[in-house]
Each structure stands twice: as C-alpha cells, then as structure tokens.
Ligand binder design. Structure first.
Ligand code: KDG
Ligand code: MG
Length: 435
C-alpha cells in the first residue's frame, strides 16, 4: 500500500501559475504526485505530469527524514507547481528557492531538487534527448565509478576489494573495523567471495542504533590498513576513505599526514565542515586530497572551502543541492578553482537521483569520480534504469530524459518503514559523538 500519494489536478488551464515570463506555454504542469516506497529502504519520488501527458521523475529522498520532505512537497510545493510551464526549469528553481523567503536547508533543498530533476526529465522527453545532451553534451565516454569495499578485518576487507575488482570497478573506497570497537558504520562483516556488499539500510528500528567510537584507536589503526592494501593490490588502484565527520581539525590533519605515503584518491568528511574555516588547519598540514559535502545543500556551504581551495572534491548529491540546476551552479563555481566532482551515490540516493548525477557527470568538464554503491534487486525492479556499468565506467544511457521508469504497482507493495541512521557514542564514557 502506498501511504503517501497526493495529486493536484488543475481544472482551469494556467489558473494557479500567475507568472509572466514569456510566451504562453504549450503545455502546463497538470499533476504532481509524491510517491513513497520502500523496496529494501525508503525512497521519496516526485512525479510531475504535463497537460500533454509527459511525465518526469525527481528524487526527494532524505535518509531518516523522508516524511518531512513528503510534507514540504505536499503542503508547500505541489500547489505552486500546478499550471506552471514545465519547460521553465530555471524560473521554477528561482521561484521555489529565491521566492520562498526561507532559503536552504536539507528539507527545502531536497524538495526543490525533486522538482528540478523531474523537470529536466520532462524536457528531455519533450525534446527527445537524454538530459546530458541538454546540459551541453558528453565531455567523456563514461563516469569513473568507485565501489564500497569493507571488512571487519584485513582478510574480509581483501575479499571485498577482490569482489569489486571482479565486477570491473577501477576505484575502491576502503573501510574497516577498528580493534576494540564493535560494529563500525559503513563496514560490512564476514563477506564471502562473490557476495554483494550492502551495509545499507542500517538495521531498521524506530530509534537510531547506537554504535561505539574511539578516535584514537581509529587513528592508530587506519594507516596500517592502507599499508596492507597497497602491499596486496599495488599502487595504481585509486583508493578512497571516508572518516564520516568524526575527527577534530587537528586529528584530521594528523590522519591526512599519516595517509600521505599511501597516495589516496581522497580522504572524505575528515571533520564536520559547518565551520568551513576549520579546513584551513587540515589543508595547511597535508597534501592528501580532501572531499566534503554530502550533507551540504547549497553553494553557500562551500563558499570558503571553494574560494580558498580547501577541498579537492565536491561530494554533494543532485538530490540534496537543488537538483541538476543547483549542483551545476556549484560545479561551475568550483571549476574556477580546479575543484572537481565526486557526487554522492550511496543507496539512499534513489536510482532517479543516481541517473540525474550520471547525466551531470557526463556533461561537466570538472568531473572527478562518481560513487556507485549499487541498489538492491527489489529497488531496481521498482525503478527501472537505463544506466550501464562497463569497464569501471557508468553511462546514463540515451533514452530521452533521465532514463528511469517507475513501477507503481510494485512500488505500492513496499510500505514505508521508519528507519534511522545510527548514532555513535564514545566508547570511553558514552558521550554522544559527531557523525
Ligand atoms: O544517508 C547517509 C549516507 O548516505 C552516508 O552516510 C553514506 O557516507 C556515505 C557515503 O559516503 O556514501
Ligand atoms: Mg560519506
């Protein structure tokens, strides 16, 4: 059963749009539905339908806060869409962002993202072009993807890396357990040869699971892990690592330094970056490349980081930064400072969000790498995608629009289930720690 679905159907053409930005539209937005499904994990999708019957899909999934975006869309965005010209993507973006008074924030920006992505999908279908063509066309043959490999210990980590290399990945994110700690976020346990790694969704429960954390034990352990991985897999394999915002700037600087000998592709989210100036400390101390931004939602979150070149990669998702239009603005700004993309692509970005990222990956010049965590089989039955993964590269396909179809009947069989990301507390004394 689909719990949340809302349609606004217009009865008088153009009556609710009230905007005057050019000629009368050929078609108008007639309906917008907020769809929630949970094929293994929760996804929120916006489907916009025009008066000509063209539909577009947008991803509005905000992990662990899904229903707040549902409400924002249903109560405050969908009524504004009805009667608008579906072709006016930029005007609609500005209308929802600049016109809202309350700007930015993850909920608002996820909602704007969904509208923007759906309108790009519609424009693609109206023009008969894949979205990347509308963004200027391909500037590469495919987007280099990185996989998530992990293990509680070195043998299981190596198995996981081999599994991903066997699948054709040419860049690997490496996460491991930490001696003395129990379950560590992002680390799969006891993987068998050939087994697909998928630590998501975090075990579903109505309150967040609590995990233990110890920064000193982690800082002591990680360099030895990369030394062992380099010894086993050589020096040409791009390796990435995610610190999940858990370190102080000084600890992050120390980790960056200690990882320099292993030549990482990037160190991600080394410290919480609400305080952008804190990255000056890290940057001045290490040449390990830095990636930040999966929790950011606007260009202002990056302003200091980009203008002072404190990072090397923008980690945002299309789904959380105002869609293709929002993230393209950030990437154009970043390009001036030689900062590249590394768009967020875990399984809580829906296949619609992932497809949107791939179109942008193909089109922008300052592409760096694309995260590709691979959705579960049930998710890919609900969201049928045209993107391909070959020889380590992702391609969005050449279907008009984004290239994703949504199976309503199947989606309706997966009911929303409350689920949270875990929180972590210090092993020493239980103090709640940074993500
Ligand atoms: O919703 C949060 C997850 O998407 C995030 O924790 C995964 O850190 C992550 C990553 O790099 O993909
Ligand atoms: Mg991350």
């Amino acid at each position: 059963m689909q719990l949340y679905s809302l349609c606004f159907i217009l009865d008088r053409a153009g009556s609710s749009s009230g905007h005057r930005t050019g000629r009368d539209p050929v078609s108008i937005i007639e309906r917008a539905e907020v769809l929630v499904t949970s094929p293994g994990r929760n996804f929120v999708t916006l489907r916009i339908t025009t008066s000509d019957g063209v539909t577009g899909l947008g991803d509005a999934t905000l992990n662990g806060r899904e229903l707040s975006v549902v409400a924002y869309l249903q109560e405050h965005v969908v009524p504004l869409l009805i009667g608008r010209d579906p072709q006016k993507i930029e005007d609609t973006w500005q209308y929802l962002y600049r016109g809202a008074y309350w700007r930015r924030g993850p909920v608002t920006m996820a909602a704007i993202s969904a509208v923007d992505i759906a309108l790009w999908d519609i424009k693609g279908k109206i023009t008969g072009q894949p979205v990347y063509q509308l963004l200027g066309g391909a500037t590469r043959v495919g987007a280099l993807a990185y996989a998530h490999a992990s293990g509680s210990d070195l043998p299981s980590l190596f198995t996981s890396i081999r599994n991903h290399l066997d699948q054709g990945f040419r860049a690997i994110r490496v996460q491991t357990g930490v001696p003395g700690l129990g379950q560590v976020y992002g680390v799969g346990t006891n993987q068998k040869v050939g087994e697909k790694y998928d630590y998501e969704p975090a075990k579903r429960s109505t309150v967040p699971l609590e995990e233990e954390w110890d920064s000193a034990a982690y800082l002591q352990h990680i360099p030895a892990v990369f030394e062992a991985v380099r010894e086993e897999f050589g020096w040409s394999l791009p390796l990435l690592h995610d610190a999940h915002h858990r370190l102080t700037p000084n600890e992050a600087a120390s980790l960056g330094k200690s990882l320099e000998p292993y030549r990482l592709f990037w160190l991600e989210d080394c410290t919480p970056a609400e305080n952008q100036e804190a990255l000056r400390r890290v940057r001045s101390q290490t040449t390990t490349p830095l990636a930040i931004g999966e929790v950011f939602n606007s260009v202002f979150d990056y302003q200091t980081l980009i203008t002072e070149q404190l990072i090397d990669y923008v980690r945002s998702a299309v789904t959380h930064t105002g869609g293709i239009s929002g993230l393209k603005k950030i990437m154009d700004f970043a390009a001036i400072y030689q900062i590249k993309s590394g768009f967020h692509g875990p399984t809580d970005i829906s296949p619609v969000g992932q497809a949107a990222a791939l179109h942008l990956d193909l089109a922008i010049h300052n592409f760096g790498i694309q995260e590709y965590m691979q959705h579960s089989a049930p998710t890919l039955e609900v969201f049928q995608t045209s993107y391909t993964f070959e020889n380590g590269l992702l391609h969005p396909g050449d279907n008009p629009g984004l290239g994703v179809e949504y199976d309503d009947a199947l989606a309706g069989t997966f009911e929303y289930q409350p689920a949270y990301l875990p929180v972590n507390r210090l092993a020493l004394d239980g103090t709640l720690h940074d993500w």
